[in-house]
Structures are given as structure tokens and as C-alpha cells.
Ligand binder design. Structure first.
Ligand SMILES: Cc1cc2nc3c(=O)[nH]c(=O)nc-3n(C[C@H](O)[C@H](O)[C@H](O)COP(=O)(O)O)c2cc1C
Length: 387
């Protein structure tokens, strides 16, 4: 068993264990992948202010996100097809999150259904919805989430159309997957993944197949996804969806101060500053670079969260110290899941927690809720003067 000390260790194991088609699906961004790369490299530009001779006992990473207690303000982001990285992936990730005391967000495009995850966990999780045209289907999704005890809805606003990820096209990733000779040959070398996958009935989109009109089996799913997303989406529709759900709402995919103001006006419980992990608009700013202007615009009106590019507890600390109240990890937990299932997600959370806690101590701070920009060394012009 290798000694795992970083998310990068888990990523290497994920790559070895999981079919290329699904590993590439996770580890890619759209088009040139500029935004995908800058999500991480921009975190690296921020340095930390080392402080000494400050009592570092009794530290705490406990906090709250939308009023819910968390052992650290790091939620698991909604990730589609998680159950393809590892059999029953969403259930395993949700369990790891629950044991660690952080929120798990189930994607609409998950393999395990809302009911599957609810039946195999004990605490409420969050459910992410895409904005779809079909009102009946949206209402049923909300009803199912309510019946499953979900404590918040995350509405993703940055995917009315899909950004193109070249690798997915080349690998034949689709719903359902198209297998090529190369992908079949690769699959043959990932036998432990295959054995586990054969042992579960959960291999299709559990929230959709059998629930959406005209999608009785996986083969009709491809045409459904192309048709279902609502390109007419506007803020009135967002308000309508928030009303249909009627409970706590987090709006995801905000990267611009003007959009943040609209989201705050609608009364969202939180917004997520996010570029979908660099998978949508290539050339968009990294989330960490976009964060300060958004905080200046709405920081006192709505809780601001951030995702995209977090690979360590130091990245979490930087986002919190910059002013975010919560963060999310996508690929960092998927790497753990692909490497070692539930245990891998637990390991990913432990790695991030340890990095966050130790960094906080060495910056002379004891409470994650009291981190501020004073501990950061941010390069001049970090936010940039973009015309
Ligand atoms: C493989 C993959 C699938 C994703 N699927 C969804 C999804 O179904 N819904 C959604 O709102 N965001 C989705 N996202 C975006 C994540 O929720 C999150 O914004 C992103 O992963 C954060 O960036 P990070 O991976 O660098 O942490 C996905 C991201 C990845 C990597």
C-alpha cells in the first residue's frame, strides 16, 4: 500500500485503476484548457504570511455553510457520472462525506439515484439540478429531493449548453458510452474496476432513466440530454425554479459581479463562484481571481462560496482568507474515489483537513472562521485590470 500524502498521490492511483474514458472525463477542461489550468496555477500565485510565537493550541476548522454545521467548510461538489469512476461511487462518496461531517452534493447526472443515496446514508445531502425545460420533470426532481430529505438545492447556471472537451469526443464518452477497440483494450487492463462494476446494478443515470418522459432505457438518454437543457434560461426562470423548490437554494456558476448581484437580489442562500472546474467557458477567469470583485459587490448580501481548482487544504485556506465562507472540491474527491472508493474519499478529506489545519497554525491563526486577507500575500494586479 503506497503512502498517500497528497491529492496528487490519489490522482496517480485513480489513473491506474479507472478506464481512460472516465479518468479523462474527470481530468479535462474545455477547448485549450486554459481556464482549467489557471484554476490551479492562480492559487499558486498567492503566498502565505508566516507568523511566529502565537499560541496555536485549541484550533478549530468547524464552521457553517448556509447555516448547517460542517467540520470544515469544504463540501463535495456535484460531479456527474461519479458512479462510473467506481461502482456505486455516489453512495461511497456521500458516506465518506457524512462520516467526515461535510456536505455531499448529488448531481442530477449521477449514476446512483437520489433515493439510492438517501437509503444508504443517514444525514441530509444537497441535490444539484440543471435548468431543464420540462417543468413536470423539474417538479418531480424537487419532490423526490424533498422526499429524500435533501436539505438544499444547488441550481447550476453555467451549463445551458455543454462546453466541448476534446478528450470525451475522442474517447467516445457519451451516454451511454460508445466503446471503441482502444477503449475495450484499455478496459481489459482495469479488471478490478470491471469486477466491481459487474457487481452493481447501478450503471446508468439513476435520476433520469425511468423518470424523464421518453427515457425508459439508457439508449434514449443521448437524445434526451441534447433536448432537455433550457437555452432560454433567464433570471425569471431562476426565480421560478427557486419558488418551485421552496427551500434553501445555492446558485452555482457565478463568475461575474453583475450576475452575483442578480443572484443576491433573488434571495439565494449562497452563491458558488465557479467556472465548472474549467469545463465550460474556456478563457474565463479562474474562480480565485474572480472572487474579490464578487465579494466587493455582494459579500455582505449573500454567502459566497467558491469552487474550481482546489487541490489542497492550502487552497481552501486561501479562498477562505480571501473572504469565501465555504468551498467545494470536485476532482480532488473524485481522485480519491477512483483510487480507493469510500476510503479514498475519506483520505482526500483527511489530506485537505490536515493541510488546512497545519497551514492555519503556521499562519498564526486558530479558527477557520476568523481567517482574513491579512494572512495572504496577494501579488499586485492579481485581480487584474481587465478592460
Ligand atoms: C467530471 C466532472 C463532472 C461534473 N459534473 C457536474 C454536474 O453534474 N453538475 C454540476 O453542477 N457541476 C459539475 N461539475 C463541476 C463541479 O461541480 C465543480 O464545479 C468543479 O469540479 C470544481 O472544480 P475542481 O474539479 O477543480 O474542484 C463536474 C466536474 C467534473 C470534474
Amino acid at each position: 500500500m503506497p503512502v498517500i500524502t497528497t491529492i496528487a498521490d490519489l490522482k496517480r492511483m485513480h489513473k491506474r485503476r479507472t478506464p481512460k474514458m472516465f479518468y479523462d472525463y474527470a481530468e479535462s477542461g474545455s477547448w485549450t484548457e486554459q481556464t482549467f489550468r489557471e484554476n490551479t496555477s492562480d492559487f499558486d500565485q498567492i503566498r502565505l504570511r508566516q507568523r511566529i510565537a502565537v499560541d496555536m493550541t485549541n484550533r478549530t476548522t468547524a464552521s457553517q455553510m448556509i447555516g448547517q454545521d460542517v467540520s470544515m467548510p469544504v463540501a463535495l461538489a456535484p460531479v456527474g457520472l461519479t458512479g462510473m469512476q467506481c461502482a456505486d461511487g455516489e453512495i461511497k462518496a456521500a458516506r465518506a462525506a457524512e462520516k467526515f461531517g461535510v456536505p455531499f452534493t448529488l448531481s442530477t447526472m449521477s449514476i446512483c439515484s437520489i433515493e439510492d443515496v438517501a437509503a444508504r446514508t443517514n444525514k441530509p445531502f444537497w441535490f444539484q439540478v440543471y435548468t431543464l425545460k420540462d417543468d413536470d420533470f423539474m417538479q418531480r426532481l424537487f419532490d423526490r429531493a424533498r422526499d429524500a430529505g435533501c436539505s438544499a438545492i444547488v441550481i447550476t447556471l453555467d451549463l445551458q449548453i455543454m462546453g466541448q472537451r476534446h478528450k470525451d469526443l475522442k474517447n467516445g464518452l457519451s451516454a451511454p458510452p460508445k466503446f471503441t477497440l482502444a477503449s475495450m483494450a484499455d478496459l481489459a487492463t482495469k479488471w478490478s474496476w470491471g469486477l466491481e462494476m459487474m457487481g452493481t446494478p447501478r450503471r446508468f443515470f439513476g435520476n433520469i432513466v425511468g423518470h424523464a418522459k421518453g427515457v425508459a432505457d439508457p439508449s434514449s438518454l443521448a437524445s434526451w440530454t441534447a433536448e432537455a437543457f433550457d437555452q432560454t434560461l433567464d433570471w425569471n426562470r431562476v426565480a421560478e425554479l427557486m419558488k418551485m423548490w421552496g427551500g434553501p437554494v445555492i446558485l452555482k456558476g457565478i463568475l461575474d459581479a453583475e450576475d452575483a448581484k442578480k443572484a443576491a437580489e433573488l434571495g439565494a442562500d449562497a452563491i458558488i463562484v465557479s467556472n465548472h472546474g474549467g469545463r465550460q467557458l474556456d478563457g474565463a477567469l479562474s474562480s480565485i481571481r474572480a472572487l474579490p470583485a464578487i465579494l466587493d459587490a455582494v459579500g455582505d448580501k449573500v454567502e459566497v462560496h467558491l469552487d474550481s481548482g482546489i487541490r489542497s487544504g492550502q487552497d481552501v485556506l486561501k479562498a477562505l482568507a480571501m473572504g469565501a465562507k465555504g468551498t467545494y472540491i470536485g476532482r480532488a474527491f473524485v481522485n480519491g474515489l477512483g483510487a480507493m472508493g469510500e476510503k479514498g474519499v475519506k483520505t482526500a478529506l483527511e489530506v485537505i483537513h490536515k493541510e488546512l489545519d497545519t497551514t492555519m497554525a503556521l499562519c498564526g491563526r486558530r479558527d477557520v472562521k476568523e481567517l482574513d486577507r491579512d494572512i495572504l500575500l496577494i501579488p499586485e494586479n492579481f485581480e487584474g485590470r481587465w478592460q
